[in-house]
Design a protein around this ligand. Structure first.
Ligand code: PEP
Ligand code: MG
Length: 868
């Protein structure tokens, strides 16, 4: 039978899967001889067993952990449940992948009336003993008994009001005893410490499926099957007195990445006070005077841990009566900018290599180099300043609760979530917020850590602002009142809260960012192109490192207001003659745009897709629209309406689009070829090096390709002959239909490149309409019928299977044929990994995703090489 319980002396950091991240790191620190209060871990398979057993703890589990508990007692020189010499425990969750604050924790476990009295006698500190006891009752009531803990908080507040106490610190042992007396009338909890432990272990397992944990796993793609370990650790106490304290520290600055030890401490406070942001903590330097030995030990421990783990660490520590203890270390959450700086610095410091540095940066974090910041020169009215917890500039309307945030955001508004402090229950609101502002809490509070992880702008510890959630207002120190629905701007870099919408500046890159991207380029195999059709987008894409255009949707070139009517008129033309007239106009636009694209992308391939206009996007929507169009085109509205009705489709996404248009109206293709090639020749005359790749959309059959290629080839021959020049170009096909994938070998024989249009391929593989699937995909996700939205992250199992088959067969038919992807998935990191493994040549994505894709492509290569 597998061992279910491990002492801290029995595991190592490599046991994350078995012991959870927290447990594994506690074992590792124990083996490094760091001062870790001793304890044991119940494994993650036990959690799975618990659920498989119909939510019952394995029968033998208690026997097993009692053996470990005996050994812990021996080491700690105290006994669990012994009033003479009590040992208390913390009972915490710990998954293989960190889920900070998402699951349950119980502290000070193993206490009852008798033991509280014993603890008071043993420590000579009754105030402390009864503070521990009341904290335990509150946590146990919350986590295990599911009681209304706000009512319990209110009991304390009322008691303090009655006594005119300003803070908890004024509460003496008798005060806490009185409060506990009231608590006991409100909840019934087990007096037996072993029963407390049993119930706490169960509660931690159950917290694997709390709504907030479910949301977090979904957001971070953590499988439900992992389960959590339970860490049972001897308590040490930061709330023992003035020579005690608790703190959280980062080995480098988690906001900027600067190589400066960065931490916060609260004296005479328990660890949970720091995390909850009850009081705003002090910088750790404050320890130097009050507890110099502990301060020195903290500095030594943090340096050692960073060296040992070769990554920035987030450390929790406690000092009890001047003695330093370390309670946790983990890889620290950080902003995008910090993650890049730390990764690059660590390579320079010789701590990690370039490939490891690339894996340290989440592709999503790259976005923070690409998003706007508050313009430092913009005029502003600052009403309060808090801690710059997570950078970026954010403007939105104020909401005071997570539910409200979700509601208002769904109405299309940008929201700023304003709270006194955040808790994990707020996660759904934080997820949709543009920015987060809290009155309480330090740089390491829940709000700060979670916002940084999500890359959302946040200001915490904004004590200048009194937040009243009930009244829906916040009052600044100068008397300014902001209320629900007002617009404010947050500057996550300076911590300033400003009235109104303040100008932002485009995101700036940094030298470190460029260095990292250059490493990405060195280590990736996949090329990265952009989907762009306007010269501005193309220029941005090239600036961000695009190595060509992978998809120019030519119909998008006609969206502008001065063009769309020509496109509509062309579609609605009653005969070929009229269509040709409008095509001539469209050719002018297309020629001019193509020339600009060639200029911007000089020397790089530009993949131009032949027209693929889903007709409903261009047809008049109703009579009024038809009337207006008729007036502009000087046509009869009846005639327009008639043409519209003739062309209307039941299912436009599967309708008369893509190459079907070229087959029926070859004059459209001829016009496009004249524009594409004419512009290329003009570019050549300007001394440029244009490289058009003409791509045929929505193909199902090789004969479509042959027919259209002939039209293209003839058109090109005609234009080049007139000018007596040659031109480098390619003809390729999109792979967007299941039939194309199933007959890929035949298609390959007729083209020079192929590119997966996974938007359509997903639509057609699933039979989910791209335009309508939004109505049921959220429910499918909720019901876990699908793990991810297949239009966001490639469905590797089925769509991916078609792709794999297509690539293999195509390459058998035509060795080394160039293959790309230009569906939205081309910018999705997980899909990019799949494309790498598939052996594609390039991915193509929207311009701002290009740096993300460069990093993701490098990570794919590094990880794939590791797997080999
Ligand atoms: C696709 O289908 O994946 C594609 C890139 O084409 P569009 O999105 O224009 O249909
Ligand atoms: Mg398509």
């Amino acid at each position: 039978m597998a061992k279910r319980v491990y002492l801290f002396s029995e595991g190592s950091k490599d046991d994350r899967d078995l012991l959870g991240g927290k447990g594994a790191n506690l074992c590792e620190m124990t083996s490094l001889n760091l001062p870790v209060p001793f304890g044991f871990v119940i494994t993650t398979p036990t959690c799975r067993e618990y659920f498989e057993n119909g939510n019952r703890l394995p029968t033998l589990l208690e026997q097993e952990y009692r053996v470990a508990l005996d050994l812990v007692e021996k080491q700690m020189g105290a006994r669990f449940g012994d009033p003479e010499n009590p040992l208390l425990f913390s009972v915490r969750s710990g998954a293989p992948i960190s889920m900070p604050g998402m699951m349950n924790t119980i502290l000070n476990l193993g206490i009852n009336d008798e033991i509280a009295e014993g603890l008071a006698n043993k420590t000579g500190n009754p105030r402390f003993a009864y503070d521990c006891y009341r904290r335990f009752i509150q946590m146990f009531a919350d986590v295990v008994l599911g009681a209304d803990t706000h009512a319990m908080e209110q009991v304390i507040e009322d008691y303090k009001d009655e006594k005119a106490y300003q803070t908890d610190v004024a509460m003496e042992a008798e005060d806490w005893q009185a409060v506990i007396g009231t608590f006991k009338t409100m909840v019934k909890f087990p007096e037996d410490p072993f029963e407390q432990l049993r119930l706490a272990v169960e509660a931690v397992f159950q917290s694997w499926y709390t709504p907030r944990a479910n949301v977090y796993r979904e957001m971070n793609n953590i499988p439900d099957s992992l389960g959590t370990a339970v860490t049972v650790q001897s308590m040490v106490f930061g709330n023992f007195g003035e020579d005690s304290g608790s703190g959280v520290a980062f080995t480098r600055n988690p906001s900027t990445g600067e190589r400066l030890f960065f931490g916060e401490v609260l004296f005479n406070a328990a660890g949970e006070d720091v995390v909850a942001g009850i009081r705003t903590p002090l910088p750790v330097d404050a320890m130097q005077e009050r507890m110099p030995d502990a301060h020195a030990e903290l500095l030594a421990a943090q340096a050692m841990l960073e060296q040992h783990y070769r990554d920035m660490q987030d450390i929790e520590f406690t000092v009890q009566e001047g003695r330093f203890y370390i309670l946790q270390t983990r890889s620290g959450k950080r902003t995008g900018r910090a993650s890049v700086r730390i990764a690059v610095d660590m390579v320079r410091e010789g701590m990690i290599n370039e490939k490891e540095a690339l894996l340290r940066v989440s592709p999503e974090h790259v976005q923070s180099f690409l998003h706007p910041m508050v313009d430092p020169d913009a005029p502003r009215t600052v009403i309060a300043t808090g801690l710059p917890a997570s950078p970026g500039g954010a403007t939105g309307v104020i909401v005071f609760s997570a539910d409200e945030a979700v509601k208002v955001e769904a109405d299309g508004e940008k929201v700023i979530l304003v709270r006194r402090e955040t808790t994990p229950e707020d996660i759904h609101g934080m997820r949709v917020a543009e920015g987060i502002l809290t009155e309480l809490g330090g740089m390491t509070s829940h709000a700060a850590v979670v916002a940084r992880g999500m890359g959302v702008c946040a200001i915490t510890g904004c004590g200048d602002l009194r937040v009243s959630v009930q009244e829906g207002i916040a009052t600044a120190a100068d008397g300014t009142v902001i209320k629900r629905g007002d617009v404010i701007t947050l500057d996550g870099a300076s911590g300033e809260v400003m009235l109104g919408d303040i100008a932002k500046v485009e995101a700036s890159t940094s030298d470190d960012f460029q260095t990292l991207l250059s490493w990405a380029d060195k280590h990736r195999r996949l090329k990265v192109r952009a989907n762009a059709e306007t010269p501005e987008d193309a220029a941005k894409a090239r600036e961000l490192g695009a190595e060509g255009i992978g998809l120019c949707r030519t119909e998008h070139m006609f969206f502008a207001s001065d063009r769309i009517d020509h496109m509509r008129a062309m579609i609605l033309s009653k005969d070929r003659k009229e269509r040709k007239q409008h095509l001539a106009k469209l050719q002018e636009f297309q020629h001019a745009d193509m020339l600009e694209l060639y200029r911007v992308m000089d020397g790089l391939p530009v993949t131009i897709r032949l027209l693929d206009p889903p007709l409903h996007e261009f047809l008049p929507h109703d009579q009024a629209d038809a009337d207006a169009l008729a007036e502009r085109l000087k046509k009869d509205p009846e005639e327009i309406m008639q043409a519209r009705n003739d062309l209307a489709e039941v299912n436009p996404m599967l309708g008369f689009r893509g190459c079907r248009l070229s087959v029926v109206y070859p004059e459209i293709t001829r016009m496009q070829v004249r524009a594409i090639i004419g512009a290329a020749l003009q570019a050549r005359e300007e001394g440029l090096n244009p490289y058009p790749e003409i791509m045929i959309p929505l193909v199902v059959n090789v004969r479509e390709i042959r027919l259209i290629s002939e039209v293209i080839d003839r058109g090109i021959a005609k234009v080049t002959k007139e000018k007596s020049v040659s031109l480098r170009y390619k003809i390729g096909t999109m792979m967007e239909t299941p039939r194309a994938c199933l007959g890929a070998d035949r298609l390959a024989s007729a083209v020079e490149f192929m590119s997966f249009g996974t938007n359509d391929l997903t639509q057609m593989t699933y039979g989910f309409s791209r335009d309508d699937a939004g109505r049921f995909i959220p429910q499918y996700l909720d019901a876990k019928i699908i793990e991810d939205d297949p239009f966001v992250s490639l469905d590797q199992r089925a769509v991916g299977r078609l792709m794999r088959m297509a690539v293999q067969e195509s390459r058998q038919a035509k060795k080394g044929i160039k293959y790309g992807i230009c569906g939205e998935h081309g910018g999705d990191p997980r899909s990019i990994r799949f494309c790498h493994d598939l052996g594609l040549d390039y991915v193509s994505c929207s311009p701002y995703r290009v740096p993300v894709a460069r990093i993701a492509a490098a990570q794919a290569r590094v990880l794939a090489d590791r797997d080999d």
